[in-house]
Design a protein around this ligand. Structure first.
Ligand SMILES: N[C@@H](CCC(=O)N[C@@H](CS)C(=O)NCC(=O)O)C(=O)O
Length: 211
């Protein structure tokens, strides 16, 4: 049953899909589509993901894109520990946190704060302080809301769920920034969550190498 994930190891969304595969114990091939050099818009990738984004996923000829669809499919199609709560309320909470990451947190944490503070200087540019300040407002709100929703040692109880796997990759990049690290350290429940998640082999094994 061959499984392929198309996306570079530095992509947060691709990492979320890989975390789901690793937590389920599913063997997969990683095809490192380098979006930073424009490979996302090559015809063979556009055939998998019409917007040129990553990740895209294949299982036995079944193609899928959109990370939440991929992680739910991985959880439901393969044996291994369940990554979604069975009960309606914690399951809805999990979906809500994944939605918050998609709609608000990712864009601020990665698209604004991390990009301006880490990637722009790596490329020889000058960070835009206005974009960082704007991003930090959404980061602070996102962290407060998610910490307020936390229902156990991890985001949705004491077992790992898709909510943990969707939040962790953007948080890893956020914590590489000065303001982001301070904002994160100021949230005790999320800080303890990070320490717990950080011990998981899936998290250690998919850590991006930058630079
Ligand atoms: N809605 C998409 C978002 C994926 C996404 O934004 N991926 C980023 C990398 S982490 C990307 O491909 N960026 C390249 C681009 O926007 O052109 C999903 O859930 O898979």
């Amino acid at each position: 049953m061959p499984v392929t994930l198309h996306g570079p190891s530095y992509s947060t969304y691709a990492r979320t899909a890989r975390l789901a595969l690793e937590e389920k114990g599913v063997a997969y091939e990683l095809n490192e589509v380098d979006i930073l050099s424009g490979k996302g818009h090559a015809p063979e990738h556009l055939a998998r993901q019409p917007w040129g984004k990553v990740p895209a996923f294949e299982h036995d000829g079944f193609g899928l894109f959109e990370t939440f669809a991929i992680t739910r499919y991985v959880d439901e199609a393969f044996p291994g520990p369940a990554l979604q709560p069975a009960d309606a309320k914690p399951r809805a909470r999990m979906t809500q946190i994944c939605g918050i990451v998609d709609s608000y947190a990712y864009g601020a944490m990665v698209g604004k704060v991390f990009w301006q503070e880490v990637i722009v200087p790596m490329q020889g540019g000058q960070p835009d302080a206005g974009l960082i300040a704007d991003g930090m407002k959404t980061v602070e709100r996102s962290l407060d809301v998610i910490e307020g929703l936390m229902g156990g040692e991890l985001l949705c109880g004491n077992a790992v769920t898709l909510a943990d796997l969707h939040l962790l990759p953007p948080v890893e990049y956020l914590r590489m920034t000065k303001g982001g690290a301070a904002a994160f350290a100021a949230r005790p429940k999320l800080s303890a969550w990070w320490e717990r998640m950080n011990q998981r082999p899936s998290v250690v094994g998919t850590r991006p190498k930058l630079g």
